[in-house]
Design a protein around this ligand. Structure first.
Ligand code: 1CP
Length: 344
């Protein structure tokens, strides 16, 4: 239930329709912002930013100062969970993340957990929340078990998540044990973020699109439902956004079976179709193509209008369909915010 003091984004997550829609952008902090690049260079690297709660708080607030977003997303990374489970994590310059040892057999029993890594993140949440305007919603997040497992098994990002998919078929028991462990750590982690001040949380399932329907049921829907039900018991009033990127037609089952309060839509989902197919009144988030934001001008305006029109009677949070791209012009983000603040 919404309460009068709920900020707009939180009110929408609880089922209210707002016009104009509240907005935040996935990866709204990051390398397209000069002030981010400057602080990253000063601190020496990405993890140095993440584990320094003053720096991480500052980076979280940077896009809010510039653009006046309705949501502040904690500055961290989904791979902090495998790091806390005991894998070594590095981010090389200009490279993606590396986790070692890679768990190609799914066996995590030899890893020594480092829960202190997660405690550092809670500090950031508390600092951001204390600094936030009460009209802005503080969002926590974690990766979904399937997406986290793809990185833990391969040791890095991969094109088609083949190693994790192979392991899931070859040794479903070992893979299930890994997923169960990630579920437990993720529930603790999200609960810790909520206790520290997060008002809603998002589960990023970036690689949900690589699974066949039966595997999707087992490795995306079931563990997500498990996390949602455990979090609901602990924090019944904190909304959970599920973002199963690439789920396509499997989105309907995801929305119906996981128990998430809201679904994030990637840019390949037709908003008109999503509105027809999702339960009446279920809040949605998305789904501007990040490349339309790079284009700006008429292309941006047309895309924004289409999305807003499709969701004109459903609770809707405006966002991208995936993270903001590195070469996005900062003034196009301003252009987007201006467009959103005008009536449809
Ligand atoms: O400064 C740098 O060089 C690092 C770039 C960067 C940033 C800014 C990475 C490395 N992570 C982040 C921050 C981040 N990551 C946030 C912060 C909050 C925000 O502003 O939105 C969030 C929510 C994430 C989530 C994340 N990390 C996801 C899920 C969303 C998605 O993009 O699909 C994934 C898959 C990651 C892993 C990751 N972290 C970074 C990279 C380059 C990657 C992808 C690696 C790969 O698959 O190869």
């Amino acid at each position: 239930m919404t309460i009068a003091s709920d900020p707009p984004l939180l009110a929408v997550l609880k089922g209210e329709h707002r016009d104009p829609p509240p907005v935040w952008l996935m990866r709204q902090a990051g390398r397209y912002l000069p002030e981010y690049r400057a602080l990253r260079a000063e601190k020496g690297g990405f993890l140095e930013l993440v584990y320094d709660s003053d720096a991480a708080c500052e980076v979280t607030l940077q896009p809010l100062r510039r653009f006046g977003m309705d949501g502040a997303i904690l500055f961290s990374d989904i791979l902090i969970v495998p790091h806390a489970m005991g894998q070594n994590l590095t981010f090389g310059v200009g490279e993606g993340p590396h986790l070692s040892p890679a768990l190609s057999d799914g066996d995590f029993s030899h890893l020594t957990p480092e829960p202190g890594h997660l405690a550092k993140i809670y500090e950031t949440v508390t600092k951001v929340r204390a600094a936030l305007d009460p009209k802005v919603t503080m969002l926590g997040f974690a990766g979904s078990p399937w997406t986290i497992a793809t990185y833990m098994v391969a040791g890095q990002g991969s094109k088609d998540q083949s190693e994790a998919r192979r392991l899931a078929y070859r040794d479903p028991q070992a893979f299930q044990a890994l997923i169960d462990r990630i579920v437990t750590v993720t529930v603790d982690y999200l609960s810790g973020q909520i206790n520290a001040g997060a008002q809603a949380v998002q589960l990023f399932d970036s690689w949900a699109g690589s699974l066949s329907p039966a595997q999707f049921e087992r490795w995306v829907i079931a563990p997500t439902a498990d996390i949602v039900s455990r979090l609901m018991q602990l924090h019944g009033d904190v909304p959970i956004i599920g973002f199963p990127k690439g789920a396509g037609a499997k989105l309907a089952a995801y929305a119906a079976e996981t128990g998430v309060d809201a679904v994030g839509l990637d840019e390949t989902i037709d908003p008109v179709w999503a509105d027809m197919m999702l339960p009446v009144g279920m809040p949605v988030q998305g789904n501007l193509d990040p490349l339309a934001l790079i284009a700006g001008g008429d292309a941006l305006k047309t895309a924004v209008t289409r999305i807003r029109a499709a969701f004109d009677s459903r609770p809707h949070i405006f966002n991208l369909g995936h993270g903001i791209v590195l070469d996005t012009p900062v003034d196009h983000v301003e252009e987007l915010l201006d467009l959103l603040h005008k009536p449809l």
